[in-house]
Design a protein around this ligand. Structure first.
Ligand SMILES: NC(=O)C1=CN([C@@H]2O[C@H](COP(=O)(O)OP(=O)(O)OC[C@H]3O[C@@H](n4cnc5c(N)ncnc54)[C@H](O)[C@@H]3O)[C@@H](O)[C@H]2O)[C@@H](O)CC1
Ligand SMILES: [K+]
Length: 503
């Protein structure tokens, strides 16, 4: 699992790695530049006109090495040098000297920046990286704003968009990238929703520094990728029977809101549950049985919402229970939740109106069994934990909340963050904007509940479900883009398993 370390630690990791391996820091920069160029070559043609904007630190050094390599591969490259009245870092200086004589390199004055007019297809931002220690000003600021104003070309940031602090929220200007290629592991701030427009698509490239070096600076933050997830799945044999795949219950729905619980239930079945039973109000029975014949239904006749009478049911027959989608927050439903949390101590997932009830009745939080999984989106989380100044603050509050109530928080959004009571936070790498559609969260509830029911540990259930949910969304939206709807995501769950070689 990739460690997400602070910008200050990045420098220390580099130094430790270089010392241990007996290589030069220049060689490490060459590795980084090569990793970038290998990625670049797979995506861009040699007739593209590439402008590489290089600052005076090591980020600029990366840009210069990349320019030299791309030029040697036959790309049409122009190098722009900025910040030349600052002392360049030693590796930046060396890479300036290594530029081939025939490769055009232009020093940019204030006037050049103001009147810049080049016919470029691709802009590479190698102005500043994780070494930024103050908001942009002067030439750097003017150039970044100028580049941001150009349209109709592809903009790529090296390591981090210039101007973004690696571990904090942006104050001031920053380069707006279409793609950010971050070296070795993503920088923390690249995962904040406030920065989504600056980062564009996030790619992480390996530059050969192994995890041993990164883990020495661990802050308990991790970036979850495909290779981390495949191994966390359980193997089932041909002798496995329905019971091994788990019996789960999904509780929710109310008059006019039956879609949510229907989608959760279908998602649980598609994730592999042996049996899914949904507990719904009487008004939802026909809807469920007609639209999802594979699910069992339990309901009280003539009711419009889940009420305290539902507490007579024996929940202990289930391996896991998901509660909340479409359930409403009626007083009698809150009464049900109080009784349910008191009664059932198996693995549970609480989502949507289940969370809204907890926000309205915070005394119920103490009834949650240890390691219950709560799946709020950003707004639901704030209802539970109070106003958050920004995402950094929100992540800290998620950590405090998780520790205090001994629950697992799945904070949904781009790079969904899973926080455990021991403080570890896992950031997901799958998913895209097309998943921001009604019902998407209900599906995740069904998926986590299903994994819990299959006997996965709390950690593996949360990580696998979040990863597959995102990947299913990517698969579903590949040809539907903004026309993607939640049920498309459910249909893609089996394909997501296949992508990981899981049968
Ligand atoms: N393991 C890694 O992640 C590696 C990182 N490398 C690169 O090294 C970069 C970090 O290099 P540096 O630490 O030299 O940092 P930068 O390239 O970000 O530059 C730091 C320099 O800029 C100055 N500076 C800070 N804020 C400024 C501002 N607002 N305006 C103008 N100047 C400002 C600093 O005083 C310092 O002189 C990474 O982002 C990455 O691109 C690679 O070369 C090698 C491996
Ligand atoms: K940069």
């Amino acid at each position: 699992m990739l460690e997400i370390i602070s910008g200050i630690s990045v420098k220390k990791v580099d130094e430790g790695f270089v010392l241990d391996k007996g290589i030069s820091s220049h060689k490490l920069m060459e590795n980084a530049a090569l990793a970038f160029c290998n990625w670049f070559e797979r995506h861009y043609q040699r007739n593209d006109k590439v402008g590489i904007f290089c600052g005076h630190g090591n980020n600029g050094g990366d840009g210069l090495a990349i320019a030299r390599m791309l030029w040697r591969k036959g790309y049409d490259v122009i190098v722009f040098l900025v910040g030349e009245n600052n002392e360049p870092s030693p590796d930046c200086k060396l890479n300036r000297e290594l530029l081939p004589d025939k490769l055009p390199a232009l020093s940019m004055s204030h006037e050049d920046i103001a009147h810049m007019e080049y016919d470029l297809n691709i802009v590479v931002d190698a102005l500043l990286g994780v070494g930024i220690n103050r908001p942009l000003e002067g030439d750097y600021k003017n150039l970044v704003n100028k580049l941001n104003s150009l349209s109709g070309l592809t903009k790529i940031s090296i390591d981090i968009p210039t101007g973004l602090p690696s571990d904090d929220c942006l104050a001031g200007d920053a380069f707006i990238a279409d793609i950010t290629l971050s070296f070795q592991s993503p920088k923390f701030s690249l995962l904040f929703p406030e920065h989504a427009n600056y980062v564009g698509q996030l790619k992480v490239v390996d530059i050969g520094i192994n995890q041993f070096y990164l883990s020495q600076f661990s802050e308990g933050k991790f970036y979850v990728q495909k290779k981390d997830i495949a191994l966390r799945h359980k193997n089932f044999s041909r002798f496995s029977h329905k019971g091994d795949f788990g019996k789960v219950m999904l509780v929710g729905g109310s008059f006019g809101s039956m879609g949510a619980i229907r989608m959760s239930s279908e998602a649980a079945l598609r994730t592999g549950s042996g049996l899914a039973c949904c507990m719904v109000p009487g008004c939802g029975v026909d809807i469920m049985q007609v639209s999802l014949p594979e699910a069992q239904v339990w309901a009280k006749k003539d009711s419009d919402c889940i009420d305290a009478d539902y507490l007579g049911y024996n929940f202990d027959r289930f391996d896991a229970v998901g509660v909340g989608p479409g359930m409403g927050t009626h007083d009698t439903t809150a009464e049900f939740l109080r009784g349910f949390l008191t009664k059932y101590k198996g693995p549970i997932v609480v989502d949507a109106d289940g969370l809204n009830i907890l926000a309205k009745h915070p005394e119920q939080l103490s009834l949650l069994a240890d390691r219950s999984i709560l799946t709020p989106h950003l707004l639901e989380f704030e209802r539970l934990a109070g106003h958050c100044k920004n995402h950094k603050d929100r992540l800290q509050k998620a950590s405090d909340f998780s520790k205090k109530h001994k629950v697992i928080i799945v904070l949904k959004g781009a790079h969904t963050c899973i926080t455990f009571p021991d403080g570890r936070q896992f950031f997901n790498s799958t998913g895209n904007k097309h998943m921001a559609t009604g019902g998407s969260g209900d599906i995740l509830t069904g998926m986590i509940t299903s994994f819990l029911g299959q006997g996965y540990s709390f950690e593996n259930a949360a990580l696998c479900a979040v990863f597959h949910h995102g990947l299913s969304g990517e698969i579903a939206s590949a040809d539907k883009k903004r026309g993607t709807i939640a049920t498309d995501i459910i249909k893609s769950i089996p394909l997501s398993y296949l992508r990981l070689g899981i049968e």
